[in-house]
Design a protein around this ligand. Structure first.
Ligand SMILES: C[C@@](CO)(OP(=O)(O)O)[C@H](O)COP(=O)(O)OP(=O)(O)OC[C@H]1O[C@@H](n2ccc(N)nc2=O)[C@H](O)[C@@H]1O
Ligand SMILES: Nc1ncnc2c1ncn2[C@@H]1O[C@H](COP(=O)(O)OP(=O)(O)O)[C@@H](O)[C@H]1O
Length: 310
């Protein structure tokens, strides 16, 4: 049995370019991996089967659309395995459809777990290519740390970072659909008269102040540099998130933004103690379902050394 831990992400910068002909947007996506994560276990089985546990398990599809199952089948096909056998179990802690790339994390974890279970020893570069076939966010879940994602987010460059940053995530009731939030971003741009195509919208790039804040490990500077071009679209589709962001700021967060396509809201705290107090205040604020204190950056999908047996 192989157990893999995999992190969720927050986008500390999400610069969104225009809509491309292939339906994706070019991004300057600065991913940041946090300790809040899922665990995916791979055990010998017949065919590809799946179970899921955790408070949000009922919202996770257990059919072939699940990114963990798709990852197992893609890896098997890559190696020409005609009859792959694995039972995957997802212990789900990452909010579902929350803008924290939980499905992508499980896809990355399943690639690593099945690779080990089946003794394939696939080179990391090939795993990254398979991950990009599964989804724009999946390669980062393999890499972890902090990275700039270009293209649709799949072309990664690891970024230098110093120290540990402390975060709180306020989990909303219900999710938001990623394609719907990108569509709303395009609609708001059209409405503002700026155009939404890739010839109208400038190609985004990582902000120098953000890169410096990460490299020097300065939480106040990172807080000041947090940006998300999808935030107004997420707020447009879910206006109640404004109250969540305000509650976190009033409770002492030094920075606040919607995580990716939302609706989870992310708050930066000055230290671990401040993060715990902020999570308690947010959970009691009535503006979210629950709140978790966590930290990062942490590594990408990795086999848990003490949970592996043959
Ligand atoms: C917005 C982000 C920010 O990291 O994550 P979430 O907040 O959803 O976790 C990502 O770009 C989500 O990546 P991911 O969830 O892997 O998306 P994919 O499966 O590749 O694409 C789903 C759909 O989202 C839209 N999409 C995604 C990526 C991108 N660069 N441009 C897009 O327009 C497209 O409509 C696409 O059909
Ligand atoms: N392993 C998985 N965990 C969660 N959702 C999954 C998974 N595989 C596929 N999905 C589907 O992907 C959708 C987006 O989920 P998720 O990746 O959690 O959110 P987001 O795209 O906001 O980061 C879910 O609503 C669900 O239908």
């Amino acid at each position: 049995m192989i157990k893999v831990r995999v992190p969720a992400k927050v986008n500390v910068q999400l610069g969104v370019g225009g809509l491309r002909a292939d339906g994706f947007h070019d991004l300057a996506n600065v991913f940041f991996a946090v300790a809040l994560g899922d665990e995916v276990t791979a055990a010998p089985g017949e065919g590809v089967t799946l179970t899921c546990s955790g408070p949000d398990a009922a919202q996770v599809p257990l059919d072939d659309t699940n990114l963990a199952a798709r990852a197992a089948r893609l890896l098997a096909a890559h190696h020409g395995l005609a009859d792959p056998g694995v039972h995957l179990h997802i212990a789900k802690a990452i909010p579902v459809a929350g803008g924290m790339a939980g499905g992508s994390a499980d896809g990355a974890a399943a690639l690593v777990a099945c690779d080990a279970l089946w003794g394939l020893d696939t080179p990391f570069e090939n795993l990254l290519d398979l991950a990009a076939e599964l989804g724009s966010d999946v390669p980062f879940a393999l890499l972890g740390g902090v990275a700039l994602g270009r293209g649709r987010g799949e072309i990664l460059e690891a970024l230098p970072v110093t120290g540990t940053f402390h975060w709180v995530f306020a989990v909303a009731d219900g999710g938001l659909s990623t394609p719907a939030v990108f569509r709303e971003c395009d609609r708001l741009r059209e409405e503002a008269g700026t155009g939404s195509g890739d010839t109208d919208v400038p190609t985004p790039d990582a902000a120098p102040a953000l890169l410096a804040a990460l490299a020097t490990g300065d939480p106040a500077a990172l807080a000041a540099a947090l940006t998300n071009d999808l935030q107004s679209a997420a707020l447009s589709l879910r206006p109640s998130l404004a109250a969540t962001l305000a509650a976190g700021t009033e409770a002492g967060a030094i920075g606040a933004l919607v995580s990716g396509s939302g609706p989870t809201c992310a708050f930066l705290a000055k230290d671990a103690e401040a993060a715990e107090a902020l999570a308690t205040a947010l959970a009691a604020s009535g503006t979210c379902r629950t709140a978790h204190a966590t930290y990062g950056p942490v590594p990408g999908a990795a086999i848990h050394p003490r949970a592996t047996e043959s």
